[in-house]
Design a protein around this ligand. Structure first.
Ligand SMILES: Nc1nc2c(ncn2[C@@H]2O[C@H](COP(=O)(O)OP(=O)(O)O)[C@@H](O)[C@H]2O)c(=O)[nH]1
Ligand SMILES: [Mg+2]
Ligand SMILES: [Zn+2]
Length: 285
């Protein structure tokens, strides 16, 4: 038996990467009844010949996402362009909430730093580093930050998220020119047409990492979240919250709230706090 990882599923077959190479696999009936394997699943396979094998067992999952359907994801990189399309911090904060709610590590990549003054980039990066996130600043055009991003992807399974046009495909092509992923605006027709049998594939990165070729978190609705849960996805609130007068405190209308005090004192970014309140409202409905 060999151990490997499912890197894509096409036409009823599972393609499994193992130290001995890639196998085209099918499922044993018994396994089929127990679990529907996902891309990213670690599996035990029994080779039939040099190319094909049978999946005998799906090993326990660390986690799984529904959209895209993928298992054992370590982290999600949110790619936000500094310009073109213009930077939307509320959307970024929304991504950060969704990623953390899915129990994934969130990393922020501000791309296209070549398009705006360096002080502007530094100011935005500062907000998110202060809040406790890992931030990487990149430009596909100048090459700055690409190596740092590549290092963050090493040895991990990653999903990229972020608006169309932010530079997700360009960044991956820069890290691994062999990918030749399509760059530029995807036409509406192509993106939504009925020919988009979106299959997920894990692409191999230099340094043993893998990255899903489909963008994660395409639906940005905060449905399914509890209002009380939201605050946990604003890591900069965590140290202050124990000092609030009320417990639990929603950090909204309560008096003597340490988080609101933190906003006044500039310890917490005003914009981030506003987005927190916006999301809280959204979850009311
Ligand atoms: N100036 C500049 N343009 C970039 C950069 N990265 C990507 N682009 C351009 O932005 C557009 C969208 O890139 P793409 O990779 O398709 O974005 P995706 O939709 O997130 O995959 C393309 O025209 C790229 O050439 C960058 O760092 N600087
Ligand atoms: Mg793309
Ligand atoms: Zn509070």
């Amino acid at each position: 038996m060999q151990e490997g990882i499912i890197i894509k599923a096409v036409g009823g077959f599972y393609f499994v990467d193992t130290p001995a190479g890639e196998y085209r696999c099918y499922l044993r009936g018994r396994v089929k009844r127990e679990i529907a394997p996902l891309v990213g699943d670690r599996v035990k396979i029994r080779p039939v010949d040099g190319e094909s094998a049978v999946i005998e067992e799906v090993l326990p999952r660390q986690n799984s996402l529904i959209r895209p359907p993928i298992a054992n994801v370590d982290q999600c990189i949110v790619v936000a362009a500094m310009a073109d399309p213009s930077l939307n911090l509320k959307q970024l904060d929304r991504f950060l909430v969704l990623i953390q709610a899915a129990s994934l590590e969130a990393i922020i990549c501000f791309n296209k730093v070549d398009l705006v003054p360096a002080v502007e980039v530094a100011a935005v990066a500062d907000i998110y580093r202060q809040a406790g996130f890992v931030v990487v600043l990149t430009s596909v055009k100048t090459g700055v930050g690409i190596e740092t991003l590549a290092e963050l992807l090493e040895g991990k399974i990653s999903v990229l998220a972020g608006p169309s046009g932010a530079g997700k495909s360009s960044l991956l092509n820069k890290i691994q020119p062999g990918f030749s992923l399509q760059v530029g605006e995807v036409s509406r027709k192509l993106g939504r047409g009925r020919h988009t049998t979106r299959h997920v594939e894990l692409l191999p990165l230099p340094g043993k990492g893998r990255v899903a070729d489909t963008p994660g978190f395409t639906s940005l609705y905060l449905t399914g979240l509890e209002r009380r849960e939201l605050m946990y996805y604003f890591p900069e609130f965590i140290d202050l919250a124990p000092h609030c007068r009320f417990s639990p405190c929603l950090h909204w209308q309560e008096p003597e709230c340490a988080v609101k005090e933190g906003v006044k004192q500039g310890k917490i970014d005003k914009g981030r706090y506003k987005h927190y309140l916006d999301f809280l409202k959204e979850l009311e409905g």
